[in-house]
Design a protein around this ligand. Structure first.
Ligand code: IPE
Ligand code: IPE
Ligand code: MG
Length: 245
């Protein structure tokens, strides 16, 4: 039996995380190590995402949320930002064909107002086309920031209060959560960050309050099924207490 298979068997299918979130980091360093342009790193990263999406589906993961572009990533050179949006367009355009009939529903979270028009309409198209699908939910965070998410939800809450859609007693954690971009999606059970950085970088701050955190030095373009299995195996060894005993 190959090592790959053995590793896979370590996973307990009864204790899979329902929702995995990933901060896909390290594309630039991966490219630099090879003397390639940063955009080649992003291209490779996009290919890896396809592998991981498929594997999450195979493992029976219900939700996968990936960080593709943060609100703070606008501070990168315009050329890199443009390239990232081009790659997202490509990814979305080819997604249905490349999933080869695998049931994956795609949803994008974040502030769409700042994004190029053609990307927004492509997002709308894919979201509509896959809305009925029941299988894996792939949630792509584009122009996403955790603080922006919470602030935006507070503003919606205030607006609903002012317009008598909710009363003072309706201002609850649930009410706020229902106004986040992730409304209706359960909180991540496992948050993975690649590339050795040990921080949130403004990703899913509210939602990860009780997520198990897993950091790996592996750069995102080098991340493969076996790394995903390692992360899940670590997760399965954790004891989640949620403040209890
Ligand atoms: C992650 O890789 C992709 C995005 C943030 C869009 P990076 O581009 O941050 O790669 P490093 O961190 O510079 O290696
Ligand atoms: C976080 O990575 C954002 C994404 C992966 C999309 P960054 O590379 O932007 O984070 P920092 O700058 O290292 O904190
Ligand atoms: Mg980075």
């Amino acid at each position: 039996m190959g090592a790959k298979k053995e590793r896979k068997m370590e996973l307990n299918p009864e204790a899979m995380p329902r929702h995995i979130a990933i901060i896909m980091d390290g594309n630039g360093r991966w490219a630099k190590k090879r003397g390639l342009s940063r955009s080649m790193g992003h291209r490779e990263g996009s290919r890896v995402l396809k592998i991981i999406v498929e594997e999450c589906y195979n493992l029976g993961i219900r939700y996968l949320t990936v960080f593709a572009f943060s609100c703070e990533n606008w501070s990168r050179p315009q050329e890199e930002v443009d390239q990232l949006f081009r790659l997202m367009m490509e990814y979305l355009k080819n997604s249905e064909k490349e999933l080869k009939g695998k049931p994956v529903r795609i949803r994008v979270i974040g502030d769409k107002s700042g994004l190029p028009e053609e990307l927004v309409s492509e997002i709308r198209r894919v979201e509509q086309n896959t809305a009925h699908i029941d299988g894996l939910d792939l949630i792509i965070a584009i122009n996403y920031g955790g603080r922006q998410d919470i602030l935006n939800a507070c503003r919606t809450l205030l607006d609903d209060y002012k317009n008598d859609r909710i009363g003072e007693s309706g201002i609850t954690m649930d009410a706020l959560a229902q106004r986040l971009w992730t409304a209706g999606i359960p909180d991540p059970d496992l948050l993975i960050r690649t590339s050795g950085e040990i921080r949130f970088s403004n990703f899913l701050l509210w939602q990860c309050a009780y997520s198990e955190l897993y950091f790996t030095d592996t750069l995102w373009p080098d991340f493969r099924k076996k790394h995903l299995h390692d992360a899940i195996a670590h997760y399965q060894r954790r004891e989640r207490r949620f403040g209890g005993l």
